[in-house]
Design a protein around this ligand. Structure first.
Ligand SMILES: Nc1ncnc2c1ncn2[C@@H]1O[C@H](COP(=O)(O)OP(=O)(O)OP(=O)(O)O)[C@@H](O)[C@H]1O
Ligand SMILES: C=C(C)CCOP(=O)(O)O
Length: 253
């Protein structure tokens, strides 16, 4: 099976400017699109990953923790991780309400980074869940990091790692924007090098973002040996049905 990996941006399913605030309507719409695609057979194996939005980013920002800055304070780690599990529970419930057999996978308990920052995240449990017909739902999290305590692991990094290890057939990242935008605000159809969009690329509009917004997303996806789509919330259904909405990012093989 070559599963489809779909990331729901934290900025889509939460109000990123207000701490621990869900965007229930946006999450319902995303869950509807996923349930419809499962029901009509457009996707067989699906892995969902969601970002932090105002749950993870708010607590990480308060604690001064990012993908590179760590902490050895267990209370800070649990504040960030606990908020992500709360958001994960919301995502699971909305999927369950629609009959999607979603199961949680918490990265803190499943992986680590070495002193060079390289991520080791085994995905055997995800593959077995897929084989048994479940929809694994992973999320951005904190992760033990050699020499730094814990650091933040972004949902985007989980997407690229899982895509490689599971030989994903399709990879899609849903954010608040309809794709990667150029300096005129138009969607760039295809990016094959960072220079294609560098002039327009920035971080997230949200003050509390600790993982680098669109610029970090594009860098991450260029490292992936398979094409990935970046699109907005209205295009989740189209992506799951096999279209390539928004921006296609093609890195080297
Ligand atoms: N050139 C660009 N094109 C599109 N978005 C851009 C660009 N430059 C900066 N951005 C910002 O990047 C944001 C997307 O990154 P962000 O990290 O917020 O995404 P997300 O994955 O949806 O959320 P989260 O990180 O919480 O999961 C957009 O909402 C926009 O504010
Ligand atoms: C802030 C935390 C804990 C996760 C961040 O994941 P992202 O929103 O995908 O960048």
């Amino acid at each position: 099976m070559n599963p489809t990996i779909l990331k729901l941006g934290g900025s889509v399913i939460t109000d990123k400017d207000r701490a621990e605030t869900l965007d229930g309507d946006a999450l319902d719409a995303a869950a509807d699109a996923i349930a419809d695609a499962m029901e009509n057979g457009s996707v067989s194996g699906l892995v969902v990953v969601h970002g932090g939005g105002s749950f993870g980013h708010h607590h990480a920002s308060e604690a001064g923790v990012s993908t590179t800055e760590g902490t050895t304070d267990a209370a800070d780690a649990i504040a960030i991780h606990g908020a992500m599990k709360t958001l994960n529970q919301f995502v699971l419930s909305r999927l369950h309400e629609r009959g999607v057999p979603a199961l949680p996978v918490n990265p803190l308990s499943a992986g680590a980074r070495d002193a060079e920052g390289d991520l080791d995240m085994p995905t055997g449990q995800v593959a077995t869940m897929l084989g048994e017909g479940f929809v694994p739902v992973l999320h951005g999290d904190v992760i033990a990091t050699e020499g730094k305590g814990i650091t933040v692991l972004s949902g985007d990094e989980i997407v690229t790692t899982a895509a490689e290890q599971l030989s994903a057939g399709r990879v899609g990242l849903c954010s608040t924007v309809p794709g990667v935008l150029d300096t005129d605000g138009d969607v760039i159809p295809e990016i094959t090098a960072f220079a294609d969009a560098a002039g327009a690329l920035g971080g997230s509009d949200a003050d509390a973002d600790v993982t680098g917004g669109m610029a970090a997303k594009v860098r991450e996806l260029l490292d992936l040996g398979a094409p990935a789509s970046v699109f907005g919330p209205d295009d989740i259904g189209a992506f799951l049905d096999g279209d390539t909405p928004g921006t296609t990012i093609r890195g080297g093989d």
